[in-house]
Write a protein that binds this ligand. Structure first.
Ligand code: NAD
Length: 294
């Protein structure tokens, strides 16, 4: 069992850290929000005073922060945390950030003798709670083998996407596709209902036909079609539209770097920005349905 520092106990980090505790690891935890630290301390984790205190004496560090600027702000620079983490430790950076940003952190970690993996996840808060996340891992295969038991305590599918930053590239590709599927499904649902179809009947016809996709299987954006989907709960819970907009922005930046053509991703980003302007950024990303109905 490992001594693990876990930093970033938000919607995803808290349940992920809880699964590491359940698997028997010794955990030191830190977040800017004291309530999250207290919650895990009550379940057996050691509360840290700050991020430095969290990593002291730990051989593995997991970070689960909102975006590139938080990750770079915490880890890099003269007083960054990478200077505090012992050489020979393993850093598992699980936030969704720019591949370029991940590569920057990899380079500094390597120079300090720290093995790092970029390991963003898919599966949402439900997957984090159930311990069934998918990890998309970039970095050295040998480091992944060391980290595998830790990932397995939090997830079900662990993929080696390729070298440094490749996990983040896989993540932005996946989320771009998810956004496009969500918007296309919402558009077709609205078209059918506007022309007299029952939404549940239309959803089932498309699910079983050539338009079938993950959104129709598990996450229908039309309220009432799937009782447990965020759409049926006023679009609460799930994956926030503002995080999807962030990921679509990362996809565009990544495309710019390789001069890839991503017209569907670009349109998806613009539609999500509209939602943010309408004040719906903190709703689940299936709230894009409302662009076609209101
Ligand atoms: P969140 O905002 O709920 O949690 C982030 C946590 O990091 C917060 O509790 C915040 O206080 C903490 N934090 C920020 N800066 C910190 C610092 N310097 N030191 C310590 N703590 C700090 O976000 P989340 O939903 O848990 O998402 C985390 C990451 O996972 C994001 O990159 C997101 O894109 C990605 N992700 C989210 C989901 C989802 O469904 N929510 C799914 C897959 C991936």
């Amino acid at each position: 069992m490992s001594k693990i520092a876990f930093i970033g106990l938000g919607h995803m980090g808290l349940p992920m850290a809880r699964n590491l505790l359940k698997a028997g690891h010794a955990l030191k935890v830190y977040d800017l929000m004291q309530a999250a630290v207290d919650e895990l301390a009550a379940e057996g984790a050691l509360p840290a005073r700050d991020a430095r205190d969290a990593v002291a004496g730990c051989e593995v560090v997991v970070t689960m922060l909102p975006a590139s600027r938080h990750v770079e702000g915490l880890l890099l620079g003269d007083d960054g945390l990478l200077a505090e983490i012992a050489a020979g430790s393993l850093l598992l950076e699980c936030s969704t950030i720019a591949p370029e940003s991940a590569r920057k952190v990899h380079a500094v970690a390597k120079a300090r003798g720290i093995e790092m993996l970029d390991a963003p996840v898919s599966g949402g808060t439900a997957g984090a709670a159930a311990g069934t996340l998918t990890f998309m891992v970039g970095g050295q295969a040998a480091a992944l083998e060391k980290a595998r038991p830790i990932f397995q305590a939090m997830g079900k599918n662990i993929f080696h996407a390729g070298p440094d930053g490749a996990g983040q590239v896989a993540k932005v590709c996946n989320n771009q596709l998810l956004a496009v599927q969500m918007i296309g499904t919402a558009e077709s649902m609205a078209l059918g209902v506007a022309n007299g179809l029952d939404p549940a009947v239309l959803a089932e016809i498309m699910r079983q036909s050539s338009g079938g996709n993950w959104v129709l299987e598990r996450y229908n954006p039309w309220p009432g079609v799937m009782p447990n989907a965020p759409a049926s709960k006023e679009y609460e819970g799930g994956f926030m539209a503002e995080l999807m907009a962030k990921d679509l922005g990362l996809a565009q930046e990544t495309a710019q770097g390789s001069l890839s053509s991503t017209p569907m991703g670009a349109l998806a980003l613009q539609l999500y920005r509209l939602l943010l302007k309408q004040g719906k950024g903190r709703k689940d990303f299936s709230v894009v349905q409302k662009l076609f109905t209101e």
